[in-house]
Design a protein around this ligand. Structure first.
Ligand code: AMP
Ligand code: ZN
Length: 139
């Protein structure tokens, strides 16, 4: 638990939330400023700022909840689809430094965009550069 973390306060029951799913390790609740009806956040109950900080078991538990909850969220609001994503770090738009997956219902013709729209200008990378990047990521 982090004292000044809004999501830890929700887990502790100090701040109200519209909880839609809860296990020993994970809780999901409606986003207070929804981008669409049904916009839901899935978080680990223990405080972890970034995805890389999550233990493997907890990461699995979060993703398992995301996969079971996403169709339920869509059904609840009669959505056609959903975007699922995480802002990992401030430069990526993360405002609450406690890992959370967004489940954002989407509706045909809603005027939104795919997840490809989140980045800036697309880089023009050579094959060598792509090889270098792949090698740097691979163990
Ligand atoms: P992010 O930019 O990925 O850190 O998203 C943080 C999200 O948390 C935003 O969509 C906010 O609307 C949402 N949020 C912030 N405070 C609360 C709260 N008390 N209850 C529910 N959602 C919240
Ligand atoms: Zn927290």
């Amino acid at each position: 638990m982090s004292d000044d973390c809004v999501f830890c306060s929700i887990v502790a029951g100090d701040i109200p939330a519209r909880t839609v799913h809860e296990t020993d390790d994970v809780i999901a609740f409606l986003d207070a400023n929804p981008l669409a009806p049904g916009h839901t956040l899935v978080i680990p109950k223990s405080h972890a700022p970034r995805v890389g900080d999550l233990e493997a078991d907890l990461a699995s538990a979060v993703f398992e909840t995301v996969t079971t909850l996403t169709p339920r969220v869509q059904d609840a609001v009669d959505a056609d689809a959903a975007n699922v994503g995480l802002n990992d770090g401030e430069a990526a738009g993360q405002e609450v430094p406690h890992v959370h997956a967004h489940v954002i219902p989407r509706f045909a013709g809603d005027g939104g965009a795919p997840i490809h729209a989140v980045a800036g200008e697309r880089p023009d990378l050579s094959d060598d550069e792509l090889d270098e990047i792949a090698a740097a990521i691979a163990p």
